[in-house]
Design a protein around this ligand. Structure first.
Ligand code: COI
Length: 374
């Protein structure tokens, strides 16, 4: 799975100018410059939505009517199958404004390839990679003034596909909608690189063997909400899930992958067992670390070894990562029978600076990850 994502994301992509023609632009009412300026000043995450969204419709044979239309409520039949059986997939990526005013995105074909892997698992029609990138180009160009410029800010892009056929039998639908909405974003957890407190859940799992844990579908996130609510009430920011088969090894957080940094310099992240989402940020961090000569391993990580390592000092840092959050150091790890604090260190900060530096055009893009939109 990872190999397919890396291979597809390494292929050259047509220029934004040539792809922009694929989606027809439908002009609508737009927010005033003052409103956009205010929303960009302190956007938080996922609160406000830009003027335009992209959409295309599948009516049984092909994706039709690719267009960029005014953002707004959509009409969906109450029997639309996504509402009943959750046949839905999504992606998350960002558009960044560089210092010269140009706008770029990061590894869009990785997300395109992953959307298609998710599509296959949920029996949803795939979207050609070029059409995915064209939708990103079109939606960002239409909302260009919504892209903020402060370091660490971006226009968050949320592509998603859902079953829209009005039918209550349990089978793959014959009609789907693909959409991309855009939302100005600053740090997911508040300012910059902020440590989070993480609860390790031993009761619930987000995914199990043969399930959907390795694809991006709403159901996995729905499964994480109750544990997250309970842990929030106890004062924790996020939940770390263990593998469903043995309940002993680290899987991932509700919406982020996890890394462990050891005092001897090597770094580990859970191997893609089939239950873990192959994050674009996870993949990029592994490549950044390996390019620095760090021994970055994808392996099985037992919870007990992490607890012992934190207590003995063998574990120096832990962090969570994802497109929305970028990286978040873990300051505390706890469950019913343990509670350990991590001192923190330099690795997570340096990873943040290098990755966001590349995305914002301030650090050389040695990997060819940035793609110019306008
Ligand atoms: C992302 O990091 O983009 C995600 O999709 C995680 C979360 C916001 C659901």
């Amino acid at each position: 799975m990872q190999e397919e994502l890396e291979n597809i994301s390494a292929r050259p992509i047509a220029s934004a100018d040539s792809l922009a023609q694929k989606f027809m632009f439908v002009q609508g009412q737009e927010a005033s410059d003052d409103v956009v300026r205010e929303l960009k000043a302190n956007p938080g995450f996922g609160n406000a939505f830009a003027d335009y969204m992209a959409r295309a419709t599948w009516t049984g044979q092909q994706w039709e009517n690719p267009s960029v239309v005014p953002y707004g409520p959509i009409s969906l039949d109450p029997a639309g199958s996504v509402l009943h059986y959750g046949q839905e997939i999504f992606e998350g990526l960002k558009a960044y404004r560089h210092e010269d005013g140009s706008v770029w995105t990061f590894r869009p074909t990785y997300n395109a390839a992953r959307l298609n892997m998710s599509a296959r698992r949920l029996a949803i029609p795939e979207l050609p990679v070029e059409d995915f990138v064209a939708s990103i180009v079109s939606v960002v160009r239409a909302n260009e003034r919504w892209v903020p410029s402060e370091m660490g800010t971006s226009l968050y892009l949320r592509p998603f596909t859902f079953a829209s056929e009005a039918f209550l039998g349990v089978r793959a639908a014959t009609k789907y909608e693909y959409m991309v909405v855009a939302s100005p974003a600053s740090a997911y957890f508040g300012d910059g690189v902020k440590a989070i407190d993480v609860w390790v859940d031993r009761t619930y799992h987000r995914a199990g063997p043969g399930g959907m844990g390795n694809v991006k579908t709403g159901g996995n996130y729905a499964a994480s909400l109750l544990p997250k609510l309970v842990s929030h009430d106890a004062g924790f920011d996020e939940v770390l899930f263990l593998d469903a088969a043995t309940n002993t090894n680290l899987d991932e957080l509700g919406g982020m992958n996890v890394f462990v940094v050891y005092a001897d310099g090597h770094v580990e992240t859970p191997a893609l067992s089939g239950n873990i989402l192959p994050g674009a940020t996870r993949s990029s961090i592994l490549q950044l670390l390996r390019a620095r000569g760090v021994d970055a391993r994808e392996t099985t990580i037992s919870l007990q070894s992490v607890i012992d390592g934190v207590k003995s000092g063998d574990v120096a840092e832990m962090f969570a990562c994802g497109t929305a959050a970028v990286v978040a150091p873990i300051g505390r790890l706890a469950s019913d029978d343990f509670d350990v604090r991590l001192p923190g260190g330099d690795v997570v900060q340096s990873v943040y600076e290098e990755l966001v530096g590349i995305q914002m055009g301030r650090v050389e893009d040695r990997f060819g990850w940035c793609y110019r939109i306008c």
